[in-house]
Design a binder for this molecule. Sequence first.
Ligand SMILES: [Zn+2]
Length: 225
Amino acid sequence: MISVRSKLLRTGILLAAAVILCVPGIMNYRAEAAAANAMTDSKKIALTFDDGPHPYYTEQLLDGLKERGVHATFFVMGKHVELYPELIERMSEEGHLIGNHTYSHMQLSKDNGDAFREELVKTNEMIEKLTGQEVQYVRPPYGTWDKKFEKELNMFPVLWTIDPLDWCSDNVACIVRNVTAKAEENAIILMHDEYKSTVTAALQIVDALQEEGYEFVTVDELLFD
Ligand SMILES: [Zn+2]
């Protein structure tokens, strides 16, 4: 919020300067350039959440993200989609991107390719039924993946660049520091929306990085823009 406000303020100052200094033709040009600059100079970064949805913490997280006007990417497990379908509908309605994290958190191995594929397909179908949207992104549990599934299922794996190990610490300040210290343009932050400490940390991370000029986007915007 703060960064948007400061950008608007900066644009306002530039516009005011243009009005004072310039003849009408140049004024329009400068005003347009300033407005375009304010729209495009943000650094994009993505928050991603695995293993949910969780009946309590995901809801809190969605409330906090909504307040801040932030979109995230949720890699959900099919067995949790089955239990909390209303949270999947809410994510979709509020502009978040929903990806697949298998049905039961299965790790791909040499011997379980068929079962792994079945878990992905089953979870895709469940999400698509709720949202009406095709699921194109997968976060394979433990990052284990086989490229053949990309063609077979038309799905793309999304790994991460910042892992604050939020699942093994309830030290909010430590999680926040870990992420903000490593933040950079186009980074993908991995978190888990099943802990109170993660929700608190994630919202503090949003506030801190928005203040530094970051814009939170869903992973499709980072991968294909
Ligand atoms: Zn996971």
